[in-house]
Design a protein around this ligand. Structure first.
Ligand SMILES: Cc1cc2nc3c(=O)[nH]c(=O)nc-3n(C[C@H](O)[C@H](O)[C@H](O)COP(=O)(O)OP(=O)(O)OC[C@H]3O[C@@H](n4cnc5c(N)ncnc54)[C@H](O)[C@@H]3O)c2cc1C
Length: 545
């Protein structure tokens, strides 16, 4: 059972169905969210949603962007660009409203259950809207959940496993007697979404102490449907109730739009107030209850790591839970979900805290330092890196218990065990494609070789791997030969641009084992089939020998 049908719960449901697991999803509201929620979706999130086919509508609707500008008063102090190449599958970031993400994840959950984009044996997803989990009693063999349906009736439902995706005010967390730990910032931001027709380039825009709103910090993001997100800092002495009153909000927005020369008619859609929090549970697995998304952690919106990290939780958890439920792995595998994702949250909190303190300095000393950095950045280009906002990027699991011995001495490059497997553009049987299209279902063995025949022993390991519902007709290990020349076939891709061989520092017979969520698990220069066999068995036992 999944409690909470926000973006994380709906994505988890879609991924579970894709991996052959049926689930019941309870959502207290009657439909997808509305109002000002997440808008910036990272490349990694687009990849995860791509595992269940939700990337296509997302890309059709979303607005891609690669960089942004910061201004101190009325002068530009920074123009940054995130790493990106013309050959990438996804833009480093797209802007799209959270209600669309929920809609597409929901459609993917129903589609995966119906077999669209998934393999044989996809699971069924039963989404119950207007249904709230009220009480939770966890025990060693499962969880009893009291649910209230839309007609006010209460029922008790037993589930073997429960994923709590019920957001920042999680009922499941409260019922289990667990608490988020960390800090909450004092600084407040008014979040305004307005509708205005504009041709302005899509980029992240920030103003520190702008003439339109002296003393404040303002962020702007363009969204689809001619909607703009404008966030501005509220002065410490301002009453938060007064701060969101249209009479106070609209003149500030008007002044800012006038300052930047946006003269088209506009109207406000939603106004809310936000303050940043850096909070997490200490562990995301509590017996048969697993926490994901905002129910597990709350990170500042600055740096856009909230939803993006929640989708990574879902991507990390779904394949592990599927393997456990299908009897291919011991439940200790789920402990690695907790340790990997808690580590990720700590990193996200560290970056999010830095961004928050820069956006809304927590004390006078910090405000002075920030002003000094901004003034200096006007004239000294090397200082500009200090004011560069680091946007969300995939976290490394370099101390994961699933990592196999890395043979780091034999390799250059960054594709170490525990790192996101690098992307590469390739020739595939169906035309041009990307290596990441192979991830998201099964383990993948990338065998770098120009010999047309795969070694028989490797083929046998792949054939002996346990079945995996999310991958039509194949086992839980998919073997792919990456050649630099020749022709493609069902098991061969051609690295005609040389990106894969270079990024994986490959030589003839180099082999990489990649987890179903696209992280490198191990690498070998001359792998024996026994290496792969052992690596898989260890992974399924959560790294235990
Ligand atoms: C203004 C703003 C801007 C943001 N911008 C970004 C951004 O650009 N990028 C980014 O990555 N993140 C951003 N975030 C954060 C992002 O919105 C959250 O991290 C994200 O919504 C978390 O998703 P979730 O599914 O975990 O939780 P939620 O979206 O909170 O969903 C939880 C769901 O559970 C349901 N629920 C709650 N209790 C129960 C119950 N007892 N029974 C059944 N259902 C229940 C709720 O109705 C809700 O639908 C932003 C947040 C805000 C407020």
């Amino acid at each position: 059972m999944i409690v909470g049908g926000g973006p994380v719960g709906l994505t988890a449901a879609a991924l579970l169905a894709h991996h052959g697991v049926s689930c019941l999803l309870l959502e207290a509201d009657g439909t997808w969210c509305e109002g000002s929620r997440a808008i910036c979706l990272s490349r990694r999130s687009q990849e995860i949603l791509g595992w269940v086919g939700a990337d296509r509508p997302m890309i059709a609707k979303g607005l891609p962007w690669v960089g942004g500008r910061s201004y101190f008063r009325d002068r530009e102090v920074l123009h940054f660009e995130m790493p990106s190449e013309a050959t990438e599958r996804f833009a480093p970031m797209i802007n799209i409203q959270q209600y669309y993400i929920e809609q597409y994840a929901h459609a993917a959950a129903l589609g995966a259950a119906a077999g669209v984009g998934a393999g044989h044996g996809a699971g069924a997803v039963d989404v119950r809207w207007s249904t709230r989990a009220c009480a939770v009693r966890a025990h060693s063999s499962g969880v009893d959940v009291d649910i209230q349906t839309h007609d006010g009736m209460t029922h008790c439902v037993h589930t073997d496993w429960l994923i709590a995706c019920d957001g920042g005010r999680s009922t499941v967390r409260e019922q289990m007697g667990l608490q988020l730990e960390g800090i909450q910032y004092e600084g407040r931001y008014v979040i305004v979404d307005i509708e205005q027709d504009t041709r302005r380039k899509v980029e992240r825009l920030a103003w520190f102490d702008p003439p339109s709103n002296p003393g404040s910090t303002i962020l702007m993001h363009r969204q689809p449907d001619n909607i703009w997100r404008i966030d501005y800092q509220v002065a410490d002495h301002e009453d938060p109730v007064q701060a969101v009153k249209p009479d106070n909000v609209l003149p500030r927005v008007r002044a800012h739009l006038e300052m930047i020369g946006e003269t088209a008619p506009w109207k406000p859609l939603w106004i809310s107030i936000y303050n940043a929090k850096c909070l997490t549970l200490q562990g995301y697995r509590h017996g048969r209850v697993l926490f994901a998304g905002d129910a597990a952690h709350l990170v500042p919106i600055f740096g856009v790591r909230g939803l993006n990290s929640g989708l990574d939780d879902a991507g990390n958890l779904a394949w592990k839970l599927a393997l456990v439920l299908q009897g291919h792995a011991g439940d200790a595998l789920l402990d690695s979900y907790s340790s990997e994702r808690v580590r990720a949250t700590r990193e996200n909190i560290a970056f999010g805290a830095k961004s928050t303190e820069f956006m809304a300095p927590p004390h006078e000393g910090f405000a002075l330092m920030r002003e000094a950095a901004l003034r200096l950045a006007l004239v000294v280009p090397s200082v500009r890196s200090l004011i560069n906002p680091r946007q969300s990027s995939p976290v490394e699991y370099t101390d994961s218990p699933l990592n196999q011995s890395d043979h780091g001495d034999a390799f250059g490059g960054s594709a170490r065990a525990g790192m996101p497997a690098p992307e590469a553009k390739l020739q595939m049987p169906q035309g041009q494609g990307h290596l990441t299209e192979f991830y998201g279902s099964a383990f993948v063995a990338l065998y770098f070789s120009n010999h047309p025949r795969l070694p028989v022993s490797l083929r046998r390991v792949a054939e002996a791997a346990p079945p995996c519902a999310g991958f039509s007709g194949a086992g839980s290990l998919r073997l792919i030969r990456v050649a630099t020349r020749g022709t493609t076939d069902a098991r061969t891709v051609v690295d005609d641009l040389g990106q894969a061989w270079q990024r994986y520092d490959a030589r003839e017979s180099t082999l990489y084992l990649v987890r179903p969520d696209g992280y490198v698990m191990g690498r070998w220069r001359d792998a024996e089939s026994a290496d792969i066999d052992m690596a898989l068995k260890r992974a399924l036992r959560n790294g235990k020998p």
